[in-house]
Design a protein around this ligand. Structure first.
Ligand code: SF4
Ligand code: SF4
Length: 266
């Protein structure tokens, strides 16, 4: 008697407000994607496949933040259709660079940028996916690391917990023998508070890290900000340094708001 064919797990990729960079990182995995493509049914991935298969999906990757009323409803539907839901990248995990609006008047932004702002329907804040639905795993980065993504997808396929580093970018500098730009050059660097994953690219090119992998566990942004001030930065500079791609993540948000308060004379 013929053995029944085992059903491949299905994978879906959805985009919300984002630049598509994390989806492109997935496509850029090339050989690894082709290997994975044999093991999974890529059921929904508009950038990679014309055919869209209906859910439910075993694993869903979500790129992008929630910035419109329509996206609030759509992410709830995506959640309903998904077994495991994984957010990928800074936008999905912390609101992304577009969360800069969260400290400003979005109406003023749209009036400044668009010739016909009356056509723009947007929420006044950009928020991470986990503000709206339960998320099973978050993969950081702007964009994500290809190596971490491949590890994530293969881990989910074989049922083990994905492993991502919990240490700081500084550890990557040390391993590679990169001279510390903060110690040697006095350049402010968010590396001591930022989760590793990029291979410490920026310090290798003699510039500080601006935190695109978000806060690492147990980071101490208050101490790092105090160090920046000792180096000659103002409290406002420090507030702005934390307010980058992951500025709306809880840890960097709290630090940026505290230094913003410190910048205002009482
Ligand atoms: S350059 Fe930045 S990331 Fe590298 S060791 Fe120095 S402070 Fe840490
Ligand atoms: S060093 Fe920092 S800013 Fe540069 S790529 Fe790595 S995490 Fe991003």
């Amino acid at each position: 008697m013929a053995t029944p064919k085992k059903r491949k797990p299905s994978l879906a990729v959805f985009k919300f407000a984002s630049c598509d960079g994390c989806q492109l990182s997935l496509l850029d995995c090339e050989d690894a994607v082709l290997a994975v493509a044999d093991a999974v049914e890529i059921a929904y991935f508009v950038e990679a496949r014309r055919q869209a298969l209906a859910g439910p999906y075993d694993v869903t990757l979500v790129e992008g933040s929630v910035t419109t009323e329509e996206e609030v409803e759509r992410i709830k539907e995506v959640r309903r259709q998904s077994g495991l839901l994984v957010t990928i990248g800074a936008c999905a995990t912390s609101g992304g660079i577009q969360a800069l609006r969260n400290w400003a008047d979005v109406g003023e932004f749209t009036r400044t940028v668009y010739a016909s702002p009356e056509y723009i329907h947007t929420l006044d804040r950009s928020r991470p996916i986990s503000d709206f639905v339960p998320v099973d795993f978050e993969l950081r980065g702007c964009p994500i690391s290809k190596q971490q993504l491949v590890d994530l997808v293969t881990s989910l396929l074989i049922g083990r917990k994905p492993s991502v580093p919990e240490h700081a970018v500084c550890n990557e500098c040390k391993r590679q023998g990169t001279v510390c730009v903060m110690v040697a050059e006095g350049v402010p660097c968010l590396g001591p508070a930022t989760q590793a994953g990029c291979g410490a690219i920026c310090p290798a090119y003699n510039r500080g890290c601006y935190g695109c992998f978000g806060p690492m566990d147990l980071s101490n942004p208050a101490a790092l900000g105090a160090r920046f001030i000792a180096m000659g930065q103002t409290a406002r500079d420090v507030s702005r340094a934390f307010r980058g791609f992951n500025g709306y993540s809880a840890v960097f948000r709290a630090a940026s708001e505290q230094f913003e308060k410190d910048a205002i004379p009482s």
